[in-house]
Write a protein that binds this ligand. Structure first.
Ligand code: ADP
Length: 987
């Protein structure tokens, strides 16, 4: 998605579908109105709440104050009464029961002091006076009087008088209040302070009914003499007793608070400083509300005793409160705010919708424009008359027309199309659409002719544009360049054709099956190999056709396994298995099965080859190898084979018998195992060279027999190559030539002996020739001398033929002399005592030049000497003689009219020096060059004079100096004689 489109989408999401107006904008005013309304409501409700609270607090405080004051004030009045009572006792010597009643009657307790149980006097009676006191009381009319509880105590404070003498109070008469710790504590405090003191909470003696109340007592001390003494000690000493009142708390407080506005406040009175249940004296009858608005404690001080009072508002109080109003203010405020908000929202929505509609239209128009400009298809629209109204850039590009230029023109002018196959002009799609009123499908193989005349293959589509009422407003034409698609289609066709050609021409059977095992493809090679026609087998089960029955189950299982798991161990590998022909015969086949990549459901192609012939050849090869083995084992000779790399892999039985080694020892040891150590290095070198160059191997070497004896063998090995010339195997044989070798050695020895004998004979012969030649020379000189005399004296008298004969005699004698001289020279060379030493080649050369000076003059020969000329080990005179003979021949054997050109040069070859004497003469046929060095051998007898001894002398001389001689020559190309002599040490 392009960035632009992504942005458009995200803003759409914010607006919400179809609204086209930001949610924030719609909600802004409603939210402000509701918020303001709620704020105002909250403020009003708060004010109402605050007002009601102030009022309630006043009411509560009023009730608390009044109650506290009322209790304190009334109890103070009671205490005053008691004080008056005490004064009465102090004022008179003795107070009798009757007097006490008279006084109390006057007070009208029940009328003016509601809640008080009574008023009484308790008298101090020391232990010593107890019995007398009890007796006196009984005497006085209190017949059943006794002090309770019984027991001896230091002093007693029994209740003596109590008014009114009702059922409850009479029950208390005689009770020693000092015996109870709570009462005693209050009494002692009253005594010591000289003032009224209230007791802590007690259960009164008078509580004789089942319904009991907590109560308390107030004591006022009575001292002897009527006044309160100064000191505590005096107070204790002069104490007469106490005037006291018992109070039932509930009765008392109900009475005290009668007439107060009590239903609004609940009250709990605790004895002491804390509001704990164990100290509860009284609780008002009307309960506190479950969540009292006010809850306060205050303390009251009653006759030196502190009470804690807890005040709580009651339901009646809460009901009376105006606090509830605040709630109604809030509810009303919220409701009004909500209603206002709702109205605002409805207004904003309708406003937003109106605005969004406008924007949507603009946007959709823009989007359409952008879409049409950016899509890959070309778009042209026309009006109802077929005149162009719009073209997008792709259409401009393809047609070659600009939007401005095309507007208002008729479509066929802009959009010219041909049928690619027929070359005919195609129908005008817009006309068709206007006529038919429906969409027109693309014409086949349409080609667009652009304004410049270019041809572009296209696919096109045309459809009517209708108004909402269904009227045709125009036509829209969409088309695109399909060059690429056509090219791809052509490429596909071509690749199909290629595949088809491969299938048809393949030598291997190519068989394709689908996942169900049904044949899809069966190429001509398959038809030939299996004997089925393609049409007969396509669509049939492969299994039943070409797989032998016993393999079918395995094939099915393999297929199922592959389809289930995608694993096929038999796939993509070369397999060998039998296959079945149409005629029911089986043949060995080599095949590879390959799943077709990407085929879904899977398909497989099998490449299959009939390998009957190959199998037969393999069999033949195996048999041939066996035959070779058999032959190798059966012949008496030793045979071995080695691989291409020269490693031994086979030795025949004869080998093992001869060497006494096992096959493995022979294979692994290499040559060293059995070849004599003196021959080993050369053996290995030659073998390696032969293996590398694949040249025949041959060597004579000694091989150790099992008894340790070495015997000479001739070993040969040849590389056996296959049809391509590649080495397959080395086959070697070892022939025992030990006997033959010994025979050869014996023969050589014989030859050497004979040669020695022969050369002795030769030497004798040479000596003999020399003697003869020497002796022959005498008579020859005579013949020459006399024939010279004859010529001098009688030449003039002799006729022509006589002169001719004489000349021939002289010539023969001369030749004879030459011959003899040469023989003598040869003999000297062969026999002379020569001593070898360093010789300057230049010196010997100049000797030779001097010897042949005449001949040179005659032949006008040219001599060239090329420096440097080294010193050699030789004999100077002999070397001179050798050079002289070579020079003489070189000047002699030239073609008629050719001026001899002779060159001497040297060539260093390591230890030796080759001295070349080269000429431009008639040359020597190479095949005859051996002969010319023999005595009397001549190649050019008729035309050139000579004795045939010169080169014999050369050879003899060179041999005697320890050197060698030879010639390189071709007929007509001059001759290059060389002699090779040892180089002399420098200096
Ligand atoms: P000759 O007395 O014939 O020279 P040599 O023994 O010197 O006898 O030579 C033997 C033969 O070798 C010659 O007759 C000639 O045929 C051939 N021969 C020797 N030297 C040369 C040469 N430089 N060029 C051609 N042929 C030669």
């Amino acid at each position: 998605m392009s960035r632009r489109r992504a942005q458009e989408r995200s803003s759409d999401e914010k607006r919400g579908p179809g609204v086209g107006f930001s949610r924030a904008e719609i909600w802004k005013w409603p939210i402000i109105v509701v918020t303001a309304g709620l704020l105002l409501t909250t403020a009003l409700a708060r004010v109402a709440l605050w007002g009601s609270r102030v009022r309630d607090a006043g009411r509560f405080e009023n009730a608390v104050q009044r109650t506290g004051t009322s209790i304190e004030a009334k109890l103070e009045a009671y205490i005053g009464l008691l004080r008056a009572g005490a004064g009465f006792f102090a004022g008179s010597q003795s107070v009798g029961r009757t007097e006490f009643k008279a006084v109390t009657d006057r007070v009208q307790l029940e009328k003016y002091y509601p809640g008080v149980q009574g008023i009484g006097f308790s008298q101090r009676v020391p232990l010593a006076e107890r019995a007398a006191y009890v007796a006196a009381q009984r005497e006085d009319g209190e017949t059943g009087f006794d002090i309770s509880p019984p027991g001896d105590r230091k002093e007693y404070f029994p209740i003596v008088f109590i008014e009114p003498r009702d059922r409850r109070n009479l029950h208390a008469v005689g009770y020693d209040m000092f015996s109870d710790p709570t009462r005693r504590a209050a009494m002692e405090r009253a005594r010591d302070r000289g003032a009224a003191a209230a007791s802590k909470r007690v259960m009164l003696i008078q509580e004789i009914d089942t319904e009991k109340q907590w109560g308390f007592l107030i004591y006022v001390p009575v001292y002897r003499g009527g006044v309160v003494p100064e000191t505590v000690a005096e107070r204790r000493a002069t104490l007469e007793g106490f005037v006291y009142s018992p109070f039932r708390a509930d009765d008392l407080l109900a009475g005290l608070l009668r007439g107060e506005s009590m239903p609004r406040v609940n009250l709990e009175i605790y004895d002491g400083l804390e509001a704990v249940p164990e100290q509860l004296l009284h609780r008002s009858r009307i309960p506190a509300s479950s969540r009292p608005t006010f809850d306060r404690t205050a303390q009251l001080h009653i006759a030196d005793q502190t009470w804690t009072v807890r005040y709580r508002t009651t339901e009646a109080f809460e009901a009376d409160s105006v606090r509830g109003w605040a709630k109604w203010v809030a509810v009303g405020g919220v409701f009004i705010s909500g209603a206002l908000g709702w109205i605002m929202l409805a207004l904003a929505r309708s406003e937003a919708r109106a605005r969004a509609r406008g924007r949507e239209i603009a946007e959709s128009r823009e989007r359409l424009r952008v879409t049409l400009s950016s899509i890959g298809d070309a778009v042209i629209s026309t009006d109802a008359r077929g005149l162009v109204t719009f073209m997008n850039p792709v259409a401009e590009h393809l047609t070659g027309w600009s939007m401005a230029g095309a507007r208002g023109r008729s479509l066929p002018e802009i959009f010219r199309i041909l049928d690619e196959d027929t070359g005919r002009s195609n129908r005008n799609p817009v006309e068709l659409v206007l006529r038919e009123g429906t969409r027109v499908a693309p014409a086949n193989h349409a080609v667009l002719i652009s304004r410049e005349g270019g041809k572009i293959p296209i696919d096109e589509n045309a459809a009517p544009i209708r108004s909402s009422s269904g009227k045709i407003l125009g036509v829209v034409l969409v088309f695109h360049d399909v060059t690429e698609q056509r090219r791809a289609r052509d490429a596909l066709r071509e690749s199909e054709a290629r595949k088809d050609a491969i299938l048809r021409s393949a030598l291997d059977a190519i068989v394709t099956i689908d996942h169900a095992g049904l044949l899809v493809e069966f190429n001509p090679a398959a038809e030939r190999i299996f004997g089925y026609s393609r049409d007969a087998v396509v669509g049939r089960q492969l299994c039943d056709l070409i797989i032998p029955a016993r393999y079918r189950e395995r094939h099915r299982l393999g297929m199922t396994h592959y389809l289930a798991t995608g694993e096929g161990p038999a796939l993509r590998r070369q397999l060998e298995m039998p296959a079945l022909r149409a005629d029911g015969t089986e043949f060995p086949a080599e095949l590879a099965i390959i799943p077709i990549p990407g085929a879904q459901p899977p398909m497989f192609t099998a490449f299959l080859r009939d390998i009957t012939e190959r199998k037969r050849i393999e069999q033949q090869l195996r048999e041939a190898a066996e035959r070779f083995r058999f032959m190798a084992e059966s012949i008496p000779q030793k045979i071995f084979t080695a691989g291409r790399d020269g490693k031994f892999d086979y030795f025949n039985q004869q080998w093992m018998q001869f060497t006494g080694l096992t096959l493995v020892e022979l294979q692994q040891g290499g040559w060293a195992r059995f070849v004599h150590e003196d021959d080993l290095a050369e053996n290995v070198r030659r073998w390696e060279a032969a293996v590398v160059k694949t040249e025949p191997f041959q060597i004579e070497h000694r091989i150790r027999r099992h008894d340790g004896l070495y015997r000479w063998h001739l070993t040969r090995a040849l590389a056996f190559r296959n049809a391509e010339g590649r080495v397959q195997i080395w086959i070697g044989s070892n022939t025992d030539i030990d006997d033959q070798k010994r025979e050869e050695e014996r023969l050589e020895r014989t030859v050497a002996e004979r040669t020695t004998a022969l050369s002795e004979t030769n030497e004798q012969l040479e000596a003999f020739v020399y003697t003869i030649a020497h002796d022959l020379r005498g008579p020859l000189r005579s013949i020459a001398g006399y024939s010279q005399l004859l010529a001098d004296d009688y030449k003039a008298t002799l006729d022509e033929s006589g002169r001719h004969l004489l000349e021939r005699i002289q010539g023969s004698a001369e030749f004879m002399d030459r011959l003899i001289l040469d023989l003598l020279a040869f003999g000297r060379t062969a026999r002379a005592e020569i001593e070898l030493g360093p010789v300057d080649v230049r010196k010997a050369w100049s000797i030779a030049l001097a010897q042949t000076a005449d001949q040179r003059e005659r032949a006008r020969a040219e001599i060239e000497t090329i420096e440097p000329l080294p010193r050699v080990v030789a004999h100077e005179a002999t070397l001179g003689q050798v050079f002289a003979n070579l020079l003489s021949n070189a000047m002699k054997f030239v073609a008629p009219g050719v001026r001899p050109h002779i060159r001497l040069r040297s060539e260093e070859r390591g230890e030796v020096v080759r001295l070349w004497v080269e000429d431009n003469g008639i040359g020597i046929p190479p095949e005859l060059k051996e002969r010319i060095f023999r005595v009397f051998e001549r190649l050019h007898g008729a035309r050139y004079t000579g004795t045939g001894i010169g080169l014999s002398i050369v050879r003899k001389g060179v041999e005697r100096m320890g050197g060698r001689v030879d010639v390189e020559s071709m007929v007509g190309e001059g001759s290059r004689f060389w002699i090779e002599l040892k180089k002399a040490a420098e200096g």
